[in-house]
Design a protein around this ligand. Structure first.
Ligand code: ATP
Ligand code: MG
Length: 355
């Protein structure tokens, strides 16, 4: 039986438009070959060009429109003509927070044929997942400028991190539940409680409390600086890494660079209770330096679409898409960022053929 899903496409800016278009093509080929699902696309032209015309990144009723969808495929947001904090908060963070997508899942996956700058070829079987708290922490938006400071300090700005017990608890439980679905049942908790004595200590306390409910899952607590080193030195020790909004943002970029390129990295912004649609997007940004040239790596978005198919209840089809991607990469169909000369179009064709 064919299952119909309503999908919002928000390509937004720069290479976002190229990789989302490429992904729609590959998904339509997958759907043709495996007609177990059908995607009904709803396209939204929100982003920086929309902002320049309307003074906002998306219409006021935009979130309500998205609420009627089953999932969202997102490209990338930001362009040099408008400050990044305006475009980011005006669209991507507005959707994440407005639709309560509080869990951000970012797999770190190595691929055959793609050289890693650090990890030896024989170890490239490894993969781990960064689980990012996506609703509060350092990106709470809490603070302000022009605070009174000590003499000679000039302008003082305060940017506060907000950690709630409920927010910490739900992301910890999510990480432990995810660990139970993996070969290695382990959760590494990233912290900085030695230097940040309020929020990060609450974060640690909640981790210890939740861990007690999962005696079958191995745990460790690692300072964020030590975790950066561990990614590089002992990645085979990782399975699920749970971290705050800022820490996970940085660590997942490190992981994707280790796996070969930011252009390969996928992510899911989930509302695990399924009260609102979840959003799937590549980890990379709008890449103005290569936008419009047809050379963007679409793999990060393909793999985000695979996460979307998992979420929509089509794990077999998601697996087929992942296999086709690895076949294309192993056959040396690689874009410039991973040492090849292929165009976005070439990758679409190779993956489609491998399906
Ligand atoms: P953001 O702030 O939105 O994360 P950014 O400025 O950090 O964006 P990106 O736009 O992701 O960075 O670009 C970083 C570098 O990675 C650039 O050199 C860009 O060309 C490259 N890059 C990003 N995405 C891709 C892609 N899909 N394919 C090839 N190269 C990419
Ligand atoms: Mg960035």
């Amino acid at each position: 039986m064919t299952k119909l899903h309503k999908i919002a496409a928000i390509p937004a800016d720069g290479v976002g438009t190229e990789v989302v278009e490429a992904t729609k093509q590959v998904l339509s080929a997958l759907q043709e070959r495996h007609p177990t699902f059908e995607l009904e696309w709803h396209d939204f032209d929100w982003g920086t060009a929309y902002y320049e015309q309307h003074g906002r990144m998306m219409p006021e009723e935009g979130l309500d429109e998205l609420r009627t969808m089953d999932a969202i495929l997102f490209g990338a947001v930001g362009w040099p003509t408008v400050p990044d904090h305006i475009t980011l908060w005006g669209l991507r963070l507005a959707v994440c927070q407005g639709l309560d997508q509080w869990a951000n899942v970012r797999p770190v996956t190595f691929h055959p044929g793609v050289p890693s700058p650090i990890v030896d070829a024989h170890e490239r079987e490894l993969d781990w997942v960064v689980v990012r708290e996506n609703s509060e922490g350092e990106y709470s938006g809490f603070g302000g400028r022009n605070f009174a400071g000590r003499e000679g300090a000039g302008e003082v700005a305060v940017q506060s991190a907000v950690f709630t017990e409920a927010g910490c608890e739900r992301i910890m439980r999510f990480a432990f539940d995810l660990a139970r679905t993996r070969d290695r049942r382990k959760v590494s908790c990233v912290t900085k409680s030695n230097a940040q004595q309020y929020g990060m200590v609450l974060w640690d306390d909640v981790f210890a409390r939740v861990a007690a409910d999962y005696p079958d899952v191995e745990t460790e607590k690692v300072l964020v600086d030590a975790m950066a080193a561990k990614f590089v030195l002992r990645p085979e020790d990782l399975s699920v890494v749970v971290a705050s909004n800022l820490h996970a943002d940085i660590l997942s970029d490190l992981g994707s660079a280790m796996a070969g390129s930011l252009g390969l990295a996928s992510s899911a912004n989930l509302n695990p209770e399924r009260r609102s649609p979840s959003m799937f997007e590549p980890v990379h940004g709008s890449a103005p330096d290569i936008a419009g040239q047809g050379v963007a790596n679409p793999v990060g978005t393909f793999l985000s679409a695979a996460l979307m198919l998992d979420h929509l209840g089509h794990p077999d089809e998601a697996g087929r898409l992942r296999e086709a991607v690895d076949k294309a990469l192993a056959a040396d169909v690689r874009t410039r960022d991973i040492g090849g000369g292929a165009t976005t179009r070439d990758v679409v064709e190779a993956v489609t053929a491998a399906l």
